[in-house]
Structure formats: structure tokens, C-alpha cells
Design a protein around this ligand. Structure first.
Ligand SMILES: C[S@@+](CC[C@H](N)C(=O)[O-])C[C@H]1O[C@@H](n2cnc3c(N)ncnc32)[C@H](O)[C@@H]1O
Length: 211
């Protein structure tokens, strides 16, 4: 099944299934982004709006982009605010956002489905204002090496989605190639026991030197 179709069928259960990755991602997002100020936000792969709900409490405007109509329908049904607009978009194609628009672009649990990181960082570069921040929080590469991937249960069994492994160097190379400066990197654990493989990795990149 295509990634888009899989999310259309997962949408109804996405918020309610047990999902430690989803829950830890929310914690990582709030803890990391609470210390920044931002007005105009673009959220990549916003899904059912789990993080959009928090982002609109801090931002003046949020644009949520996602290619799954059903995920967006859930988001729209949960969030009634004139601060937010959701738009069906395939992030692998040029984004329907004005250049130099955003103070913050966020991308959570989405890049495992996108092979070409360079394209994403290049679009982010164009859409951010100078000194804008790009926050990325994804399944940790070490988890990906162990075979972890987005999946959900159906009547027919477990549906595993198509994913791409991104090494730490892939993120850093794409950022460097697009003139981003790494200002924060964090690893997120379920319990932070000794030798535990982290579940998530997050980065905050700064756009600098471009107007
Ligand atoms: C695991 S969900 C994460 C949703 C939300 N960011 C969260 O943290 O709960 C991944 C989302 O990325 C979206 N997605 C994956 N590939 C995409 C693409 N190429 N273009 C747009 N959306 C995409 C899916 O439709 C899905 O809503």
C-alpha cells in the first residue's frame, strides 16, 4: 500500500492506539520549542494535529501540510481556530508557501517516509526567514537499524509502512549543504536506562546568512 493510503487508513486510530513514539515526540516538541518565540509556523506532515494543537497556543499562525486527506480531516475536526490552516501537500514537491514566510518549520515523525532529505532542507531554507528555526524530530537512526518503523494494526494483521533509513550524517549533510547551522541536538529515551537505545532524535537548525 502507498504511504499516503496507509495513513488514510491509520488516521482513525492514530490518536488512540498505544504509540510510545507519538507520545514521546509530543514531549520532545514541547520541551524543545517552549524556549523559542515564533509567529509564523509551517508544520510538515502535521497528521492529526497532535503538535498543531500546542503550536497554536504559541504562534500567530500555523500552516499544516500533509498528503493524507484522512489525517487532515481528523486534525480539522479537533482544532477549531482561525490561527490554523491545513493544506493537502506532497512534501516531495515544491511547498505552497511564500518564500521567507516562517520563523519556525517543524517536522515530526515524517522524514522516515521521505528519501530525499536534501529537497526538504532546501525547501525549508527557502520558506524560512533569516534566523528562522527548523525543528526536526524523528525515529532515532539506531532504532531504524534495529528494524523499527511506522506501523499499525489492522484486522488483517500489522501494516508496516514504507520507510527510508536516515543516518545521523544524512541529516547533518543535508543541513550543511543548505547553509543551516545546528544549534541543538537531543536524544529521547523511554526510561534513560544504561545502554538503552534512544527512541527519538531531535535537531534545531538555524537558517543564517540568507535573506
Ligand atoms: C507518523 S505521522 C506523524 C504526524 C504528526 N507529525 C505527529 O507527530 O503526530 C507521519 C505523517 O507524515 C505524512 N507524510 C508522510 N509522507 C508525506 C509526504 N511525502 N508529504 C506529505 N505528508 C507526508 C503522513 O501522511 C502522516 O500524517
Amino acid at each position: 500500500m502507498s504511504i499516503e493510503k496507509s495513513y488514510n487508513s491509520w488516521a482513525e486510530q492514530y490518536d488512540t492506539n498505544e504509540n510510545k513514539t507519538r507520545d514521546l515526540d509530543k514531549k520532545a516538541t514541547v520541551e524543545t520549542l517552549s524556549k523559542y518565540n515564533f509567529e509564523n509556523v509551517v508544520e510538515l506532515g502535521c497528521g492529526t494535529g497532535k503538535n498543531s494543537e500546542w503550536l497554536i497556543t504559541k504562534a500567530k499562525s500555523v500552516i499544516g501540510l500533509d498528503f493524507s486527506e484522512e489525517m487532515l480531516n481528523i486534525a480539522k475536526s479537533k482544532i477549531a481556530s482561525n490561527k490554523i490552516r491545513f493544506q493537502i501537500t506532497d512534501l516531495k514537491k515544491p511547498w505552497p508557501i511564500e518564500n521567507n514566510f516562517a520563523d519556525l518549520i517543524t517536522c515530526n515523525l515524517t522524514l522516515e517516509h521521505i528519501k530525499d532529505l536534501d529537497f526538504i532542507f532546501n525547501q525549508a531554507l527557502q520558506k524560512l526567514k533569516a534566523n528562522g528555526k527548523f525543528f526536526v524530530c524523528e525515529l532515532h537512526p539506531a532504532r531504524q537499524y534495529l528494524g523499527s518503523k511506522a506501523k499499525y494494526e489492522t484486522e488483517k494483521g500489522t501494516e508496516e509502512l514504507e520507510v527510508y533509513v536516515h543516518h545521523l550524517s544524512d541529516y547533518l549533510d543535508a543541513a550543511k549543504k543548505n547553509s543551516f547551522n545546528l544549534i541543538e541536538i537531543n536524544e529521547w529515551f523511554d526510561n534513560r536506562r544504561e545502554n538503552e537505545v534512544p527512541r527519538l532524535i531531535s535537531f534545531v537548525f538555524n537558517k543564517y546568512g540568507h535573506q
